[in-house]
Design a protein around this ligand. Structure first.
Ligand SMILES: Cc1ncc(COP(=O)(O)O)c(C=O)c1O
Length: 327
């Protein structure tokens, strides 16, 4: 099967496995894992913050961030189809006692006016901005629009969390350093098990004081590990070898879109949105192409490290028969 369901299906490369095998390790909970410490130092800087914390998943990083930034009974506000609102099993309500409010917004980007109008938004609440935005098809927040939304949240007294699970995709596609978006938020999540090709791992970045307090969430959620340097080594390897190449994933996504008759202008990063119809996913699977769900009425084909030019051309051939070039 040509697996375009998600960029999370990648397997570690031989180079990454070698880096993991050679990792210098120690007890992370004692803050003695040198490779994890190095990863945290490096990513803090990359994301425009003083400090960073390694966590096993981006979900845990998001939840740890909300816990540290919020007060129970206050709100988490985000576009209605953000990961934190609909794919984290009510975590903001369960772990942090937050009222979860979704905003309907074009391309996953609530406007400053929408944020200004949210009732009961104030100190103790958090506005989450997702970049790239998953459910709109990997769309990118233009920097100035992002700044205006963050400013609007701050003006209301709320904190700002950036769910940048795929922030490196945004960065490579837009030619903007991750720190530019990162520094505009109080905390930033980045996921390493998606386009960056790691088997696990995420980072939460913020001020030294915020990250110190986020350790509580790391323990509470069971994410305080021991020799985590094995994973951190893969993540450092990915920073060195798998960031720039995201441009190839984006080019392949555009090529795939063109090949199956989807407007390539709708493809900003590594997701190709495909209009859904009953049985389409199954018919594609019969042709040997796996696609995933994007949102109601849309499927997604996602390019990643394990998909080369040859797979894209084959996928186009197989998908044309089902999707048709006029999709
Ligand atoms: C935007 C976004 N945030 C967070 C996550 C959670 O990542 P993880 O699976 O590492 O918990 C995902 C995963 O798909 C995502 O798309």
């Amino acid at each position: 099967m040509i697996d375009l369901r998600s960029d999370t299906v990648t397997k570690p490369t031989p180079g990454m496995l070698a880096a993991m095998a050679a990792a210098e390790v120690g007890d992370e909970q004692m803050r003695e894992d040198p490779t994890t410490n190095e990863l945290q130092r490096r990513t803090a800087k990359l994301l425009g913050h003083e400090a960073a914390l390694f966590l096993p998943t981006a979900t845990m990083a998001n939840q740890a961030a909300l816990r540290v930034l919020s007060t129970p009974g206050c709100k988490v506000v985000a576009e209605e189809r953000t990961h934190v609102l609909i794919y984290e099993w009510g975590g903001p309500a369960i772990h942090s006692g937050l009222v979860m409010q979704g905003l309907v917004a074009d391309a996953g980007r609530p406007t400053p006016e929408q944020i200004e109008e949210v009732d009961e938004l104030g100190t103790g609440s958090v506005v989450v901005l997702e970049n790239t935005h998953r459910s709109s098809g990997g769309r990118i927040w233009p920097l100035e629009e992002f700044r205006a939304a963050a400013d609007a949240a701050r003006a209301r007294g709320a904190a700002v969390h950036l769910d940048g699970a795929r922030l490196f995709n945004a960065s490579v596609a837009a030619g903007i350093a991750p720190a530019q978006w990162g520094a505009l938020a109080d905390t930033v999540t980045v996921c390493f098990s998606k386009g960056l090709g790691c088997p696990l791992g995420a980072i939460l970045a913020g001020s030294a004081e915020t990250i110190e307090r986020a350790w509580q969430g790391k323990f509470l959620f069971g994410g305080a590990l021991r020799q985590s340097g094995i994973a951190a080594a893969a993540m450092l390897y990915a920073l060195d070898h798998h960031v720039e190449r995201l441009a190839d994933d984006h080019a392949r996504a555009r090529r795939l879109a063109e090949g199956i008759g989807i407007d390539p202008a709708t493809v900003e990063t590594n997701f190709v949105p495909i209009p859904d119809e009953p049985g389409l996913r199954e018919r594609l699977l019969e042709q040997g192409v796996g696609v995933g769900g994007l949102r109601p009425g849309r499927l997604r084909a996602v390019t990643h490290l394990d998909i080369g030019d040859e797979e894209i051309e084959q996928a186009i051939e197989r998908m044309q028969e089902v999707v048709g070039v006029h999709a």
